[in-house]
Design a protein around this ligand. Structure first.
Ligand code: SIN
Length: 491
C-alpha cells in the first residue's frame, strides 16, 4: 500500500502504518492493480490500495481455515491475552488511528477519537468475555445417562464492514469472533480501508498467529461478498450495511444455510412527548440526528413532537442546529464533516425537494456548501407529512424533519409503520407512559431520555428488516458459538 503525504503528515508514527496491507502477507502487496482512497473533505489522494478479487478472498479463506483448529485449540486465557495486547496497542496509537479515520471518512477528529476508544472498548470487553464461555449440565430423565451442552466456535467468519464507523465496526465484529475461537476474513468498505489496515498492522504486533486475521481490500465488494457467502469453509457472515445488500447476501448464504448476523438499515423515530424535559430532548435530538453528519444506522430519521411543545422544541432545536459548524474534520470546533460522496448529497437534496414540493418548510439550511468536499448544511424542515419520501426512506445525512402529533397511540402506530426496526428514541417523564411506549415500539433498541445508546456492554441490533442477531454484550459472543449437546449413555 502506498500512503501519500496528504495522510502521513497527520501521523505521529507514519512508518508503523506505511506498510499497512503489505505487512499482512505477500498476497496483499506486490505489483497488482490498486485503487485510490480520497479524503472527502478535500478530494486529496490519501493512498493507493491493492485491489483484490475473489481469488484473493479464496486464498484468505484457505488461510483462515488452516488456522482455525489451532486458534480454537488455544485456551480462552491465551486468546484473551492477545486481545488485551491488541487493545493496548490501539489505545497507544489512538491519535494516529483517529487521524486516519478523519482523513478517509471525514468525521470530526473528536468523533474519530471517540470511535477509536469505542473500538478499543469492544476489544477489552471481549478479552474479558473470552474467559466466560460456559456450557450447561441437564438433569437426565434416566439414571444411566448424563446430558450436557458445550459451546464451540462456529468456524471461519466472513466480516463485511461499512464506511460510516470504519474502526468500531471492525472491532465489534472481529473481537467476539476471536474471543469465541473463530478465525476471520475481513472485507472493509472500499471508501475507508485504511483504518482497518492500520488496526490489522497493530493486530500483527499484538501476536495473533498467522492466518487468524485476514484482510481483503477491494474496490468492488460484490465478488468478494459472493465468495465469502458461497465458500463452504466460511461458516458465518457478519455484515453491517444496507437492507438491500443484506437481502442479497442472505440469498447467497441460503444454499449452505450459513449462519448470519446482519445489522441493516433503519428509519429511527425520535418522539418528544409534552411531559419531556425539552432542553434535554433538544440535546438528545442533536446527538441522535447530527452525530457523524447523520450518517449512522441509528440516526433519528423522523422527529415527532407533541403539539403542545412543538413550537418551543422547533425554535430551540433550530437555534442549536444553526450553531453547528460545518467543515474539514481536522479543523477545530467542526461538528459536521462532509458526506461520504456525491450520491449522498443527491439523496438529501432529493428528500428536501420532494418534501418542499409536498408542502414542507425549510427552517434552516437546505443547501450544499460550496467547498471542495461534499458538505451539506445541517437542515431543519417543518410541516412534514407521511406522504413524503423522507418518512419512508433513511436519509443518511444531516436532515431533521419535524412531524407534529397529538395522541400517544397514534404516534406509536406511525413510528412502527415502517419495514425497519433498528433504533427508536423518546423523551417523556410520566413513568406509565415511559413503560407503555418502550414496550410498544417495535425496535431492537429504544433510547429513553437519551440520544445515544451504543455501548460494548449492550446488545446492538434490530428487528424486522433491520437485521438479525446482536453485536456487543454477552449476546454478541453467543452469535459466534455453536451449541453441542452431549449425551453419555450406559452409565
Ligand atoms: C451504526 O451502526 O450506524 C451506529 C454505531 C454507533 O452508534 O456506534
Amino acid at each position: 500500500m502506498t500512503l501519500t503525504t496528504a495522510l502521513t503528515r497527520h501521523l505521529k508514527s507514519p512508518e508503523l502504518f506505511r506498510g499497512l496491507a503489505d505487512e499482512l502477507g505477500p498476497w496483499a502487496g506486490g505489483q497488482r492493480q490498486r485503487f485510490s482512497v480520497f479524503n472527502p473533505s478535500t478530494g486529496e489522494l490519501l493512498a493507493e490500495v491493492p485491489d483484490m478479487g475473489p481469488a484473493d478472498a479464496h486464498a484468505a479463506i484457505e488461510r483462515a481455515h488452516a488456522a482455525q483448529e489451532t486458534w480454537a485449540g488455544l485456551t480462552a486465557r491465551a486468546r484473551s491475552d492477545i486481545l488485551w495486547n491488541w487493545h493496548r496497542l490501539i489505545l497507544e496509537h489512538s491519535d494516529d488511528l483517529a487521524a486516519i479515520l478523519t482523513a478517509e471518512m471525514g468525521k470530526p477528529l473528536g468523533e474519530a477519537k471517540s470511535e477509536v476508544q469505542h473500538a478499543a472498548a469492544y476489544l477489552q470487553w471481549y478479552a474479558e468475555e473470552a474467559n466466560r464461555i460456559y456450557g450447561e449440565t441437564i438433569s437426565a430423565p434416566s439414571t444411566d445417562r448424563r446430558m450436557l451442552v458445550i459451546k464451540q466456535p462456529i468456524g471461519v467468519v466472513g466480516a463485511i464492514t461499512p464506511w460510516n464507523f470504519p474502526a468500531s465496526m471492525v472491532a465489534r465484529k472481529i473481537s467476539p469472533a476471536l474471543a469465541a475461537g473463530c478465525t476471520v476474513v475481513l472485507k472493509p468498505a472500499e471508501q475507508t480501508p485504511l483504518v482497518a489496515g492500520a488496526m490489522f498492522a497493530l493486530a500483527k504486533l499484538a501476536g495473533f498467529p498467522e492466518g487468524v486475521l485476514n484482510l481483503v481490500y477491494a474496490s468492488e465488494g460484490d465478488a468478494i461478498g459472493r465468495e465469502l457467502c458461497t465458500n463452504s469453509k466460511v461458516r458465518k457472515i457478519s455484515f453491517t450495511g444496507s437492507t438491500e445488500v443484506g437481502r442479497l447476501l442472505m440469498r447467497q448464504c441460503s444454499d449452505q444455510i450459513k449462519r448470519i448476523s446482519f445489522e441493516l438499515g433503519g428509519n429511527a423515530p425520535f418522539i418528544v412527548f409534552d411531559d419531556a424535559d425539552i432542553d434535554a430532548a433538544v440535546d438528545g435530538a442533536i446527538q441522535a440526528k447530527f452525530r457523524n453528519a447523520g450518517q449512522t444506522c441509528v440516526s433519528a430519521n423522523r422527529i415527532y413532537v407533541q403539539s403542545r411543545v412543538y413550537a418551543e422544541f422547533a425554535e430551540k432545536f433550530t437555534e442549536r442546529v444553526r450553531m453547528l459548524k460545518v467543515g474539514d474534520g481536522f479543523e477545530p470546533d467542526v461538528a459536521i464533516g462532509p458526506l461520504i460522496n456525491q450520491e449522498a448529497l443527491r439523496k438529501i437534496e432529493l428528500h428536501i425537494s420532494d418534501a418542499v414540493q409536498k408542502g414542507a418548510r425549510v427552517r434552516s439550511g437546505g443547501r450544499r456548501i460550496k467547498l471542495s468536499g461534499t458538505f451539506f448544511e445541517p437542515t431543519v424542515i417543518t410541516d412534514v407529512s407521511r406522504t413524503m419520501r423522507l418518512a419512508e426512506e433513511e436519509t443518511f445525512g444531516p436532515l431533521a424533519p419535524l412531524f407534529r402529533f397529538d395522541d400517544t397511540d397514534h404516534v406509536v402506530r406511525e413510528a412502527n409503520d415502517t419495514i425497519y426496526g433498528l433504533a427508536a428514541y423518546f423523551y417523556a417523564s410520566n413513568l406509565k407512559r415511559v413503560w407503555r411506549v418502550a414496550e410498544a415500539l417495535e425496535y431492537g433498541m429504544v433510547g429513553i431520555n437519551t440520544g445515544r445508546m451504543s455501548s460494548e456492554a449492550a446488545p446492538f441490533g434490530g428487528v424486522k428488516q433491520s437485521g438479525i442477531g446482536r453485536e456487543g454484550s454477552r449476546h454478541g459472543l453467543e452469535d459466534y458459538l455453536e451449541m453441542k449437546y452431549l449425551c453419555m449413555g450406559g452409565l
